[in-house]
Design a protein around this ligand. Structure first.
Ligand code: SF4
Length: 323
C-alpha cells in the first residue's frame, strides 16, 4: 500500500495580476521506502506541491483548489494546522536548500535537533540530547559531541545541511522530503551528503522524495522520477526507463541541457525559451511554444498523462510514436 497518495492536486495563487496555476491537477504516489525524484525547472510547481501538502504556503495568496493527499490514512489537505504540525514534527521530515533560514541562530544545534523529540515525542531533555547526538553522528558530523553545543553560525554550509538532515530524521519519520538539499553546496560535499542520505534511507527503510532541477542527482539517487512542467506531471517512469527511452520532448530537452545526463557524444544544448507564465498558460500543451515537434493539435489540446507501459507515462500527443 502506498505511503502517500496524491490525487488531482490543484494549488493556485490568487494574485492581483490574475490566478497563477502553480500546480494544476497532479496525481502520484510514494511507496514505503522508495526514493522518488521530482524534477523540473524552477517555477514548475515541484516545491509548491509538497509545501501545499504540508500546509506551508501562505494563504492567501495560495489556495488548494482541489485534491486529496492520503498519508497514513489521513487526508493532509483536510488536516487542521495543529495536526499538520504534528505530522511535520514526527511523520514527515523536511530538508530545504538553505539550512540557514530553517535553523534558529540563537539555539545550539544539539538543542535544535533534540527539540522535536521533546515537543512531539515527549522525551526528557537528557534522552533527547542522547538521541540528538546519535542523529548528528549518523549524518556524519565529525566531533558531534563537542559541536552539538555550538550555534549554527560556527558551521560550514555542508555541516549545516547535515544538521538539517539530522533534525529531519531524529524522529525516524517514514517519509523525508528533501527540496534541493545539496544545490547550495560544492560538488564534493553534495556527493557526500547524498551518499549519507542514501545510507540512512536504506538503514531506516524510509521513503525519500528528492525535489531537484538536476537530473544527474536523480539518476544517482532515485528509483523512480516524476518530471514536472508548468504545474503538471509530464512524464513518470523508473529512472532507468527514463534515461534509456525518454518519451516527452521536455524530458529529452532537460537531458540535453545538463552535463552528464545527455547521450554519449551529444552536444550540450540549452532549452530554448522560458517556461510559460502560470497566470497565462497556453490553451494546448504548455510546452508547445518551446517544443521542436509541436503540431497544430499541440497548440489547441492539452495532452493527458497516458501510460505507455504500466510504469512509464507521458503527457505528449506524440509520445510513443517513435519521435
Ligand atoms: Fe511537443 Fe506536442 Fe508533445 Fe507538447 S504535445 S510536448 S508540443 S509534441
Amino acid at each position: 500500500m502506498a505511503l502517500l497518495t496524491v490525487d488531482n492536486l490543484r494549488t493556485w495563487f490568487h494574485t492581483r495580476d490574475g490566478v497563477a496555476r502553480a500546480v494544476d491537477g497532479i496525481s502520484f504516489q510514494v511507496d514505503p521506502g522508495e526514493a522518488l525524484g521530482v524534477v523540473g525547472e524552477s517555477g514548475c510547481g515541484k516545491s509548491v506541491t509538497f509545501l501545499s501538502l504540508l500546509g506551508l504556503l501562505p494563504s492567501p495568496p495560495a489556495r488548494v483548489e482541489s485534491g486529496t493527499a492520503l498519508f497514513e490514512g489521513n487526508d493532509l489537505l483536510q488536516a487542521s494546522p495543529a495536526e499538520l504540525r504534528r505530522v511535520r514534527g514526527r511523520r514527515i521530515g523536511m530538508v530545504f536548500q538553505d539550512p540557514m533560514t530553517a535553523l534558529n541562530p540563537y539555539m545550539t544545534v544539539g538543542a535544535q535537533v533534540a527539540e522535536p523529540l521533546i515537543v512531539h515525542g515527549g522525551l526528557g531533555r537528557a534522552d533527547a540530547r542522547a538521541q540528538a547526538l546519535e542523529a548528528l553522528e549518523a549524518v556524519g558530523l565529525n566531533d558531534a559531541a563537542r559541536r552539538m553545543d555550538l550555534h549554527p553560525h560556527a558551521f560550514s554550509g555542508g555541516m549545516r545541511q547535515r544538521v538539517m538532515i539530522a533534525m529531519a530524521l531524529v524522529t525516524r519519520p517514514p517519509l523525508l522530503i528533501a527540496d534541493e538539499p545539496t544545490t547550495a553546496l560544492d560538488v564534493t560535499i553534495q556527493a557526500q551528503i547524498l551518499d549519507q542520505l542514501r545510507e540512512l534511507q536504506a538503514q531506516a527503510g524510509m521513503a525519500v522524495v528528492l525535489i531537484t532541477h538536476d537530473l544527474g542527482v536523480v539518476a544517482s539517487f532515485c528509483r523512480r522520477v516524476l518530471v514536472m512542467y508548468a504545474g503538471r506531471i509530464v512524464e513518470s517512469a523508473a529512472v532507468e526507463d527514463l534515461f534509456a527511452a525518454p518519451l516527452h520532448p521536455y524530458t529529452r530537452a532537460l537531458m540535453a541541457s545538463l552535463p552528464g545526463t545527455r547521450p554519449a557524444g551529444a552536444r550540450l544544448t540549452p532549452i530554448t525559451g522560458r517556461p510559460p507564465d502560470p497566470r497565462r498558460l497556453p490553451p494546448g500543451c504548455a510546452f508547445a511554444p518551446r517544443c521542436p515537434l509541436a503540431t497544430p493539435q499541440c497548440h489547441q489540446t492539452a495532452p493527458e498523462l497516458k501510460e505507455h507501459t504500466p510504469i512509464h507515462a507521458a503527457a505528449c500527443h506524440l509520445a510513443g510514436e517513435g519521435t
